[in-house]
Design a protein around this ligand. Structure first.
Ligand code: ZN
Length: 445
């Protein structure tokens, strides 16, 4: 659906090679090509004068230079532009669907680290990017990695060098800074639901400022807000990466509007911000009830593959991943309901809040670790983390755990206000929670 949009193009500059340099690429003897080349410049051959000789040499030089540019430029260009390319840890989900998990630590002790998962659909020359990341630099690095990976593969397998893949489609699943602020790096019209577009217009200026505080001005250099202009609507079909995807909009779930892409044929669901990996869910702009309803729908589809935030689940694991997310949210509901029954205030409820059950709150995201002192990342850590960066820096790990504890308190307070409404209305309206948290006891029965 986002095809035929012009992408960022690399500028090819042709250097002014000397004749001596071009001679390095001469064939060993006079080849058919060279004879043909000479033949093109035979208009003065009858006189065999000095001028003709000059034109002959010039003709050979020009044609061989063009041949060099045409045949060898991709290899030399690869060496020039890909030597320092980021080596992103792509996780192949199924052919034509790959994910990379980004983690960007804060540059200040009080700041927040940010995580996001980017998905690339397609494996040919045209690919679509879902949630490009938090900054312009990250978006550019992503494109560089894609181009260099493809060219490197073609050169190493001795195939004919071909054009690097172009990002021709850009999709935002929801209006959170980590997912959308790299939009500007692609020179494309991004696609999203109207809810995400409107939320970006409303919140992105503040999000950009907050992200700049967390990640630093250098990391945010060049980053600008690019609001999606292509609107995706619930129920529509779109083609991306050689597959048909159905668009589902889950309203008021993780955010105001969460886009889910569902490939029924492949059993693949791209869940955006609705399912989390090691990090706790973020209940800032969404609602517990809407989120639980969205999870129930995802479970009913019975996907074989699930891609969430910092998470890829395969066959046999998907239901467990969805259930884990549901249990966290239902745990918030249960705790709030019990607290209300006991007459607690909000402040009392979170005073000694126990850590969430069945959630590895003390684990840093996989593939999101900061290198130790003896390891040098291939690129700045404000871009992406790499699989070689395995060791965890103790200070950053502690900061991450503190952030997770604060997130849990925040989530509990958000859930409290939502549960409180149904708790107060329980005599007049049936509570929604038993239906959404069937496996969780004491939620309003
Ligand atoms: Zn989010």
């Amino acid at each position: 659906m986002c095809e035929h949009v012009s992408a960022v193009r690399q500028t090819i500059s042709l250097s002014n090679k000397s004749a001596t340099h071009s001679d390095q690429f001469h064939p060993l003897g006079p080849t058919h090509g060279r004879r043909d080349a000479l033949g093109l410049f035979q208009f003065g051959a009858g006189r065999r004068g000095a001028v003709t000789q000059v034109f002959r040499r010039l003709g050979v030089f020009v044609l061989l230079s063009l041949a060099w540019v045409g045949l060898l430029w991709p290899a030399s260009s690869w060496a020039l532009t890909c030597r320092d390319a980021p080596a992103l840890a792509w996780q192949s989900v199924v052919p034509g669907v790959a994910a990379v998990h980004g983690h960007w630590p804060s540059v200040t002790p009080a700041g927040r680290a940010h995580v996001a998962t980017t998905v690339v659909l397609g494996q040919g020359q045209h690919v679509t990017v879902v949630d490009p990341g938090p900054t312009e630099r990250v978006g550019r690095a992503l494109q560089q990695d894609l181009a260099c990976r493809k060219l490197s593969h073609k050169l190493s397998s001795k195939g004919a060098p071909s054009a690097a893949p172009r990002v021709v489609g850009l999709i935002n699943t929801h209006a959170h800074a980590e997912q959308v602020l790299a939009n500007g790096a692609f020179g494309l019209a991004a696609a999203a639901t109207s809810g995400t577009r409107d939320a970006m217009r409303k919140r992105c200026p503040d999000c950009l400022a907050a992200l700049r505080q967390d990640l630093g001005a250098t990391a945010l250099r060049g980053t600008r807000i690019v609001v999606p202009t292509q609107v995706l609507v619930d129920g529509q079909s779109l083609q991306a990466g050689g597959r048909a995807w159905r668009v589902r909009e889950m309203r008021h779930a993780h955010s105001e509007s969460d886009l889910v892409l569902w490939s029924e044929d492949g059993g693949i669901v791209l869940a955006g911000g609705l399912v989390d990996g090691p990090q706790l869910p973020v209940l800032a702009q969404g609602s517990v009830q809407g989120w639980l309803q969205a999870l129930a729908e995802l479970r009913a589809w019975q996907p074989q593959w699930l891609v969430g935030q910092q998470l890829v689940s395969g066959p046999g694991q998907v239901q467990a991943a969805l259930q884990r997310q549901q249990q966290y949210l239902c745990g918030l509901v249960q705790y709030a309901w019990q607290g209300l029954d006991r007459g607690w205030s909000e402040a009392e409820a979170v005073q000694d809040l126990p850590p969430p059950q069945a959630w590895a709150a003390d684990v840093t995201p996989t593939q999101a670790r900061t290198p130790g002192a003896d390891q040098t990342p291939k690129q700045s850590t404000d871009l992406w983390t790499t699989p070689s960066a395995k060791r965890t820096h103790p200070d950053l790990n502690e900061a991450w755990q503190n952030q997770q504890r604060q997130q849990h308190v925040f989530n509990q307070l958000r859930a409290w206000r939502e549960v409180e409404l149904s708790w107060m209305d329980q005599t007049t309206r049936p509570s929604p929670w038993p239906g959404l948290c069937a496996s969780t006891p004491d939620v309003g029965r």
